[in-house]
Design a protein around this ligand. Structure first.
Ligand code: CA
Length: 228
């Protein structure tokens, strides 16, 4: 899911609470970046602050519709009945007025996900590439061709990030965002060396699982197996 909120403290507290609830969270502080992410990686849900510095939140809402219409929980300081109705007319599925408790946002998000049938799977191993790669997220274990992989937390984060959407290219920004749980520009440059280490651990037969898209980022080259 994607959290669009320009106030860093709110953004990070939301991320903490949502991740604690078992959700995979990508964040951004600008409408422009949100629109870019919506196009490249349609999320299963968007938490959207309507009061953004660069783009009007309602314009982002329109882009969300264009991006396959994932459910939206709107955050806003506007609390009049007219604004609330306006937000719902624009397609928001729920509405939280600031100041809010992060726990309330989590409850609303879970309710909306439940209604939309988009509740994330509860676990158990998932396989890719006809069983070659096996990832058990709850147990924090991964295997390649039956061999257990001994990964650092960053390598684990990289692998599970690209495995979340096989075939899709993840930019370094997105990978850092997912792995570190916050935005840290300097870290983007070190992603390449972590990818190199991860490929080494995947071994000669598995290094091609993590493909480079030149100038863009990285992707998992194998598909998620159907029967799960
Ligand atoms: Ca704001």
């Amino acid at each position: 899911m994607l959290v669009v909120e320009d106030e860093r403290d709110i953004r990070e507290v939301l991320r903490r609470y949502l991740e604690r609830a078992g959700l995979s969270v990508l964040t951004t502080g600008t409408g422009a970046e949100a629109i870019r992410l919506l196009a490249s990686a349609p999320p299963d849900l968007v938490v959207l602050d309507l009061g953004l510095p660069d783009v009007d939140g309602t314009d982002v809402l329109r882009e969300i519709h264009a991006a396959g219409h994932p459910p939206v929980v709107v955050l806003t300081a506007r609390s009049t009945v007219e604004d609330r109705i306006h937000g719902l007319q624009l397609g928001a599925d729920d509405y939280v007025t600031k100041p809010f408790s992060p726990a309330e946002v989590v409850l609303r998000v879970q309710a909306v996900l439940h209604r939309s049938g988009g509740q994330p799977s509860e676990g158990g191993p998932v396989t890719y590439g006809e069983g070659r790669l096996r990832i058990d997220e709850p147990r924090h274990e991964a295997w390649l061709d039956g061999r257990s992989l001994d990964l650092t937390p960053t390598e684990w984060g990289l692998l599970t990030a690209v495995a979340a959407a096989p075939g899709r290219v993840f930019s370094r920004y997105e990978l850092v965002n997912r792995i570190r749980g916050y935005e840290y520009a300097g870290y983007e440059r070190t992603i390449d060396s972590h990818v190199k280490n991860l490929r080494r651990k995947l071994g000669p037969s598995g290094a091609d699982l993590l493909e480079t898209e030149l100038g863009v980022g990285y992707r998992l080259s194998v598909k998620r197996d159907d029967h799960q």
